[in-house]
Design a protein around this ligand. Sequence first.
Ligand SMILES: *[C@@H]1O[C@H](CO)[C@@H](O)[C@H](O)[C@H]1NC(C)=O
Ligand SMILES: *[C@@H]1O[C@H](CO)[C@@H](O)[C@H](O)[C@H]1NC(C)=O
Ligand SMILES: *[C@@H]1O[C@H](CO)[C@@H](O)[C@H](O)[C@H]1NC(C)=O
Ligand SMILES: *[C@@H]1O[C@H](CO)[C@@H](O)[C@H](O)[C@H]1NC(C)=O
Length: 396
Amino acid sequence: MKSLLVLAALSSLPGVLTQGIRDVPVTRSGSVLYLDGSPWRAVGPNVYWLGLDENVIPPAGEPFYAPLNASYPTRERITEIMAVVKAMGGTMIRSHTLGVSTGNPLSLMPTGGKVNEAAFDAIDWAVYQARMYGLRLMVPLTDNFDYYHGGKYDFLRWNGFNLSRARDERNPAVQNFYTNSDVVAAFKEYIQILLTHVNPWTNLTYAEDPTIFAYETGNELCGPVWKDQNVPVEWIQEIGRLVKKLGPQKLFVDGTYGVNRSHLAIDEVDIYSNHYYPISINVLRQDLALGEYGWNRASSTADDDLASWFREIEKSPAIIGDAFWSLFGRDAPNACNRFVDHADGLTMQYGNPAHETRIQLVRQHFVKMSQGTTIAADAALPAVPCLAALAPAPES
Ligand SMILES: *[C@@H]1O[C@H](CO)[C@@H](O)[C@H](O)[C@H]1NC(C)=O
Ligand SMILES: *[C@@H]1O[C@H](CO)[C@@H](O)[C@H](O)[C@H]1NC(C)=O
Ligand SMILES: *[C@@H]1O[C@H](CO)[C@@H](O)[C@H](O)[C@H]1NC(C)=O
Ligand SMILES: *[C@@H]1O[C@H](CO)[C@@H](O)[C@H](O)[C@H]1NC(C)=O
């Protein structure tokens, strides 16, 4: 007996939302993540713009907030990026604006306590498309800075602390984000609104949908001194308890910028992380000595360094994954001949010949991490077409 391949006509295909692997949560045991009993590595890009973008001026008549160049990404752009991540061998995406959306008229919460339902459309579509493509999402809940998508300063300003990053980054009063009970309550209310929202494409709340495998306290959180790691333990616990009460299957990530030793015993935290600008294998090794559950985000402009950086990650069993900064696609469906660019010099565009060497390197790494193999992925990159206009979404 050798093996048998069964070919049979299917009279009807199962519905797209049948119970299946999409409904299985990623879990953690010790320093390893699992999906349905098998070790699972979280590898993919940062795609910060999935809920709200700042890099495309939309056609006249579309929602646009000119002072920040804020606009909603099209559904075609969102779907294209999912196909790109699959083609690159990624298993997940880290995306700021699926969780951080405060302080401007297009945000989920333009001003304290006020909800802008229209902002959910792009987020809903992104979560649904990630689910359809078998990708998982890691989502920060706020940001240390004052960028177009908002962050901790919004919650401070809404609660009587007139602070901004430009004036007050080193002002001890910024700690009120973690310590003032009104500010903490306002942030928790925001988390509650976000996690209990029902996605009309799936009828699941974000808390229920295992597509979002992890929520992160915030992006690069600090105290009054840059990289001081001064994020109070009590605050992390309180936010972690709320996230796990709403979504008992969510993994919880400490988004402190750097691995703070005094955070390693926090029960609510599943994953610690650090951001490496520039990449540094020495710092990575120190973090591993500290934490069992390292999460790492790499960025480099030197391909040689990137290769040895990836080798280091691949041989470290306590590293559950990494996410590079940052991925963009084409301006679909309006201008398929144009890649969207972000002017930080770190934009990766799949299909751009100038980025092909780097994409090969990243793809090799993703495949090794996600498939647990040392055999190199073949060099030919799968094509990802630019999407023509999708049918309009049904009225909700
Ligand atoms: C908005 O985009 C335009 C065109 O790219 C640019 O000139 C302008 O500086 C941007 N404004 C902001 C606030 O980023
Ligand atoms: C906030 O502080 C700045 C700088 O001190 C000041 O110009 C501005 O008027 C203040 N805004 C409010 C709403 O108090
Ligand atoms: C969501 O629930 C509504 C009401 O029960 C139903 O009409 C709709 O088909 C459901 N949508 C999905 C995607 O399951
Ligand atoms: C780490 O966290 C503790 C507790 O919140 C805080 O007091 C300390 O300043 C932080 N930073 C470092 C480098 O330990």
